[in-house]
Design a protein around this ligand. Structure first.
Ligand SMILES: [Zn+2]
Length: 127
């Protein structure tokens, strides 16, 4: 004989892996598992966001240094050795001509398979 009501059902806690009985919509064995699970999810999202911002910041510093050296193009392999990751951009526009336009904040560039070129700074407030 089961001592569970028809509204209850068994589940596996996604935090500790323990099986439990409870209301059909119950997802965790306890409030502390629920809190631990959600705190970890929030922490993982925050870490991912910070890692993304950090990669964008590194890309920006590299592009900014190129512009300060009066360089408007660079080999992608060389940039990647310096820590540039082309997967991190703040904008992308499909090019009307041959190349797509990429943005890292106010710095724009075109990209081929091996190079970035026409690196330029967006004009802000006419400067
Ligand atoms: Zn649990």
């Amino acid at each position: 004989m089961s001592n569970h009501t028809p509204n209850e059902e068994g589940g596996i806690c996604p935090e500790c892996g323990k099986s439990f009985w409870g209301r059909k919509d119950k997802q965790f064995c306890s409030i502390s598992c629920k809190n631990r699970y959600h705190n970890r999810v929030v922490q993982e999202r925050r870490s991912y966001r910070l890692a993304t911002l950090s990669a964008l910041s590194r890309n920006y510093q590299i592009l900014d240094a190129l512009l300060k050296d009066k360089r408007t193009s660079a080999d992608l392999a060389e940039l990647e050795k310096a820590g540039f990751d082309p997967a991190f951009i703040t904008g992308h526009r499909r090019g009307s001509l041959r190349h797509d336009d990429y943005a890292c904040f106010d710095i724009r560039y075109f990209r081929s398979d091996t190079r970035i070129f026409n690196i330029r700074r967006l004009r802000l407030n006419g400067r």
